[in-house]
Design a protein around this ligand. Sequence first.
Ligand SMILES: C[S@@+](CC[C@H](N)C(=O)[O-])C[C@H]1O[C@@H](n2cnc3c(N)ncnc32)[C@H](O)[C@@H]1O
Length: 280
Amino acid sequence: MPDADEIRNAQRAAWDGLSAGWEKWDSIIMDQLRPVSAAMIERLDIAANQRHLDVASGTGEPGLTVARVAPHGFVVLTDLAPEMLEVAARRAAQQGIGNIETRVCSADDLPFADASFDSVSVRFGYMFFPDLRKATAEFARVLRPAGRLAASVWIKPEDNPWTTIVMQAIASEMTVAALDPDGPHMYRCAAPGQLTALYAEAGLHDVVESDVGVELVTRSPEEYWDMISEHVSLAVAALQQVDEAARQRIRSRAIADVSAFEQGGAVRVPGAARCVVGTR
Ligand SMILES: C[S@@+](CC[C@H](N)C(=O)[O-])C[C@H]1O[C@@H](n2cnc3c(N)ncnc32)[C@H](O)[C@@H]1O
């Protein structure tokens, strides 16, 4: 089992490497994940002058949306991977959002004073942290009393065909290692109640879990393949291990399989996430 530094270093390198794919496919990714941000932000009850911390902000969401909802407030976007945050800063500038700053740091060691934020969000970041307990304790520490934490995680792979189609195509060409229940990967926090237990341990109360459906929409099966193979962490890591001929066979199979989801001139593949909110 790698130690915390090794996990952080591997995650930083992996996400810096994925940042170009995330920027290239930004509008499709953001459309897919918008219902999750909406559910998180609704439960955070953002005021116009909110002081908000977005952890594992990546290319900026949901922090940038919070910054728009809180025009007299301030949002700090944090992430371990500097190149992801550079994309976030470019997106903020493109959208004319000025009430933000970016800060490179790890979720389990936040460089902020106690009780310095009204709310904290973590969209699809939890599963990659080296120490989930330590990170949750940090979120509780920087929240003011009665402040809220909202996080989202992916539900199990079977409920997320938008990734499993490609992963099954990859598995037809190579042995894909079973997902380590304690290791960093996108399905590590799929178990119902897992985040609720972490929140409770960190002293948060009124914790509520709710499921949120998403839909990945691309213009064609080919576009589906291109975007998944260029930005989904599990797929990109596995595809680095196959040669070009195998990659082409995987591509053909994924494109054939995702064609079952074509409707009305687009490809629409469902998925499911869980949103967990608690109060300090
Ligand atoms: C799936 S992306 C989510 C980005 C964004 N929140 C979104 O939903 O679009 C996961 C992010 O977690 C970040 N991450 C991984 N380990 C981290 C850590 N220890 N501390 C902070 N961020 C981390 C990665 O760099 C990456 O940007």
